[in-house]
Ligand binder design. Sequence first.
Ligand SMILES: [Zn+2]
Length: 263
Amino acid sequence: MIRVPQKPIFPFKGSLDKLEASGKSVLVTGPVLAQRSILEQCVKNYLIQRRRLEALEPFSFAVNIDSELISCYEGMPTALRYELDFVHSKVLTKLHKCLYCFISEPDSRDHYLPISEFPEFAFYIYNLIPCCSTCNRKKGKYWISGGVRLFVNPYFDLFQSDIFDATVSLKNLDVTYRVKGEAATNTVNSHVERLGLLSRYERQASTLVARLVELLSVDPSLNEQAVFKSEMLKEYNLSLKVHGGNYYETVFYKYLMTEGHDL
Ligand SMILES: [Zn+2]
């Protein structure tokens, strides 16, 4: 639900090179690296299908290397882990927010296409989503149902417009978030529902409401709607610039800069 840079696309070759140079037991890396050209082809297909990953089929290796691939992820060599950490934290998630909810700090990685079904993407950068443990637990190994993806892909899904809007009542200490009608695809609805995003955003925003009510009580000039809206516009522009239009704070201030307060 945030802006993630679309470019550059980091080559998979570098990850395989690091695996090769890692000194990890050849009993694990040997069978994986023996399938190197097939793995690189799998990643090419991933990128070709990146905007409709629901069409991607798991690859059937002639020799089963599923457990070795999973072991390369779970016991990941240090050099490869450093590369993933660097790309994820310095390039793809500079704001250090979970890429599924954009509330908490990421403290885990989710396999967008589950490792149990697609072990060929076990340590592929773009199949790994830095996320918070709450989102990781809620998503689990789920990703598709009836041909429809259940979660937004933060790297590759594009949106024509913002996804959320909100209603804010300072009088009732109440914030309500909604998915906008034009953004409500099956995948967006499922993502929002399964991760419980609306109620999580509402909990987060309750502290913004409390802060504003306090500000209004100590600074009478803010009660003037024109002054208030102008302050909300500043907050909105700042939040939009840093976090984008789908961040819960941006959506919150957008309502107040337009509608004013109801105290
Ligand atoms: Zn999260």
